[in-house]
Design a protein. Structure first.
Length: 199
């Protein structure tokens, strides 16, 4: 699809080039004709802009498809595991550079899906960063956009998470605790899972 777009774009560029060549020398042509060809060029320019927009959209869709194929797809989003240990900030930057964010489950179903995918892709007893932290204000847990989270899944049966106060401001999902969350030191290095919204 993208190649077709490029080919159409090239053809249009040829047309624009030809039109510009036809225009010269402009002095000999009547003013009315100049206005007509200028309008035609504007129209072609607009068409090229539209094609470029469509092309970038196609590229985005293609990238997203690749992510979903490599990772896993749930309702409204795809997860892609990165099995390399990184600090919270580095992991967050890595997801952003891939066009996503650190995974942030919004409800129990999403948390279960993320937990299942983590066990399959990273390990049964792994811990992965979530896109959730209380760096700005102690005890006020926010997602990567700075919005207060509504869904929480802290481990509270054996321990009373979050319990790290100011020394632990980033959240992880734990495989050993059946997908429950713990707060952790943001500088700790953990694998992570990026999420990508499907539009
Ligand atoms: Ca804290």
């Amino acid at each position: 699809m993208a190649f077709t777009g490029v080919r159409v774009l090239l053809c249009l560029l040829c047309v624009v080039h030809a039109s510009l060549q036809q225009q010269s020398p402009p002095k000999k042509k009547p003013a009315k004709k100049d206005a007509t060809s200028s309008a035609a060029i504007d129209e072609i320019k607009q068409q090229i802009e539209d094609i470029l927009q469509e092309l970038s959209l196609l590229k985005e869709q293609q990238a997203l498809q690749t992510v979903c194929l490599k990772g896993t797809k749930i309702h409204g989003k795809c997860f892609l595991a990165v099995n390399e240990k990184k600090s919270y900030h580095t992991a967050n930057d890595d997801c952003i550079s891939k066009g996503g964010t650190l995974s942030t489950p919004l409800n129990g179903d999403e948390n279960d899906s993320l937990y299942d995918y983590m066990r399959k892709s990273i390990g049964q007893e792994a811990q992965v960063w979530l896109g959730i932290n209380d760096m700005m204000s102690e005890g006020s847990w926010k997602d990567v956009t700075g919005t207060n989270i509504k869904f929480k899944n802290w481990e509270t049966e054996i321990t009373t998470q979050p319990d790290g106060n100011r020394s632990q401001n980033c959240a992880v999902l734990s495989g050993t605790a059946n997908g429950k969350w713990f707060d952790e030191n943001c500088r700790a290095e953990k694998p992570f899972i990026c999420e990508f919204n499907i539009v």
